[in-house]
Design a protein around this ligand. Sequence first.
Ligand SMILES: [Zn+2]
Ligand SMILES: [Zn+2]
Length: 297
Amino acid sequence: MTHYFGAHTIDTGGIHMAARRAGASGMKALQIFTTIPKFYGDKSSIKPERVDRFKAALADTKIDPRFVVAHGAYVLNTATPDEEKSARARGGLAKELERSTALGIGQICFHPGAATDDDREAAAERVALAIVYALEAVPHGDTRVLVENTAGAGRTFAKTAAEVAAILRHVPKKLRPRTGYGLDTCHLFASGYDLNASEHAVTRVLDDFEEATGEAPSFFHLNDSEGTLGSNKDRHMLIGDGLIGVDPFRRLIADKRSQNIPLILETPQLNYEPAEDDETPDPYDIQMMVLLESLVA
Ligand SMILES: [Zn+2]
Ligand SMILES: [Zn+2]
């Protein structure tokens, strides 16, 4: 059985350097931003040189592009009832898919945003509309568009299995294979899923999501949580340093559903400002990789 552990490594010097830093820590998966995440990125294409450098780095580090995730911009609010904002969000998601398809990577993930009108069903429809818009704008390629569950602050959407399922239900059947979802452990805990409730808690949460959506998650984000259960706080910590603790991660890794998909750390770095050409892995990433490998039975 194979576990594809990786991280959202620092991309100072370019996304190819993020890949090199991941490779240097023995990672087999990776998460990147293809553009600056605080902007929509709905106008930014990716330059062929950048694609080439990134592909070369993946080849050198032996990271299979199928296990690379691009994280969508945080500002993409596909759930909003504001037509102007949601049109920009759709455009941003389509551009994200275009850049990620050019990079040849397996998937993008995104936070659906906030349903500010409190109409959850309409919000689900709008998010699905954005997914469909992106998939139709980029009809070729194998890059999938995946919903990430959220910590549930304010009126953010997709914090429960039912909400994630509602989004996917609105995607036409023929496009469904190109979409899906992934789960962030910190977001699960913050939105009220007690991963510590019992020995079976993790399995039950995964069962819940699988039952509601009809499929298993397509990636995991492996983060401990600073915020308490149900606090809706999106504060990631090193695994073992937060309120989730190590045991639920051991159980997650023992579950078959964590195999053969990207398992991405979004945990703190010790050094946020490496030199552009410095591919030395972050000490915290090394520490997390040692921990994760020790949890594989
Ligand atoms: Zn995220
Ligand atoms: Zn995440």
